[in-house]
Design a protein around this ligand. Structure first.
Ligand code: ACO
Length: 326
């Protein structure tokens, strides 16, 4: 094996807004119940951004923790990549504001939009830029304020989502070129726009000139989520020659406990190696995977050397997976 550059995770951070909205509080405004939500989704509560608390505020807090864990200074950071579907403004990229607020000197910063698959897309792009030497390090952040695009009168969608942010700090490092290397080992991305209207927002700058609200055909999303994520997870594992059943951690996008359980069963991954944070965070879209990683690290369950499989799917549909060694 020839030595090669790998994008290794040096730090992780998460941030959730202070306000917690439990299922029990919802029936006051909505024809729903804690029992229905828990049974169909596994969600028990979600965090909501306060008035004036923006996606950039959540992103900055999560990124700061990732840099602290890595013992990195702002001037060490090369690329800033923010996965979000709920930017502060239509433009400029929220990543530029995050970069400035963290005191990182001028350099590349951009937003990436692949909805709930945003984090695996962003991680895959950052991996490419690090492995080609375009950047020496990268902050990859998933941050969302989905509460702002929910129709709070639509019980079939508003109970499912929450706000939050998670971040990884990655550094380019020369390693041996084997599957024992630490860092990203393989990535897989895909999208199929024939499903555009199964999960979308009914507004936008070039269509309605409004922000719009999230709309979803839940059953179709469910069906495709399990099929697409399991195929993608199998594909990244195949590229490295390790079966999914042998990973130390499976960290799928946290949308629904039933989707997560069905995926784990299909992939043959035992329960104790599957991340489940949807009960406390709900679906935080691009933030869900890095938030789950942050929880696992802080509970001292995810450790250096562990093999980690990430998988996400979102509107589009867009989906993908990343296999990495922590
Ligand atoms: N409370 C009470 N009843 C509800 C609620 C609610 N919050 N929401 C819907 N219902 C009712 C419906 O109106 C319907 O009533 P009806 O039979 O009188 O018409 C009944 O419950 C069943 O509705 P379904 O939509 O068929 O329920 P289903 O079992 O499919 O569960 C759910 C809905 C939870 C959305 C499910 O389809 C699902 O999880 N889909 C995946 C979607 C998802 O996770 N999306 C997240 C975004 S995409 C992503 O991140 C991958």
């Amino acid at each position: 094996m020839r030595p090669r550059l790998r994008a290794r995770v040096a730090g992780v951070g998460g941030h959730l807004p202070a306000r917690v909205l439990t299922n029990a509080e919802l029936p006051a405004h909505l024809d729903t119940s804690d029992a229905w939500i828990v049974e169909r989704t596994g969600i028990r509560q979600r965090h909501l951004a306060a008035e004036g608390e923006l996606t950039s505020d959540l992103a900055v807090a999560a990124a700061r923790r990732a840099l602290e864990m890595a013992d990195a200074r702002p001037e060490d950071v090369g690329l800033v990549l923010l996965a979000t579907s709920t930017p502060d403004n239509t433009f400029p990229a929220t990543a530029t504001r995050v970069r400035e607020r963290l005191g990182i000197p001028p350099g590349p910063a951009f937003d990436l939009q692949a909805v709930c698959a945003g984090f695996v897309y962003a991680l895959s792009v950052a991996d490419s830029l690090l492995r080609t030497g375009t950047a020496k390090s990268a902050l990859v952040i998933g941050a969302e304020t989905f509460s702002r695009i929910l129709d709070w009168n639509d019980r079939s969608t508003c109970v499912l989502f929450g706000d939050g942010a998670g971040a990884l700090y990655l550094v380019a490092e020369e390693q041996t070129g084997t599957v024992l290397d630490r860092g990203v080992l393989a990535t897989h991305l895909s999208a199929d726009g024939r499903h555009y209207h199964q999960l979308y927002v009914d507004g936008g700058p070039s269509s309605t000139g409004t922000v719009g609200h999230l709309r979803m055909n839940g059953r179709e999303v469910f069906r495709h989520a399990v099929a697409a994520m399991s195929a993608s997870a199998e594909e990244v594992c195949r590229r490295v020659g390790i079966p999914p059943s042998e990973v130390d951690w499976f960290v799928p996008h946290q949308a629904n406990l039933r989707i997560i359980d069905a995926l784990a069963r299909r992939l043959g991954i035992p329960d104790e190696r599957v991340a489940r944070t949807v009960d406390r965070h709900a679906n935080t879209s691009a933030a869900s995977i890095p938030l789950a990683l942050d929880v696992l690290v802080h509970e001292d369950r995810l450790r250096p050397g562990h093999l980690v499989l990430l998988s996400g799917i979102g509107g589009g549909f867009a989906w993908g997976s990343v296999l990495l060694r922590w």
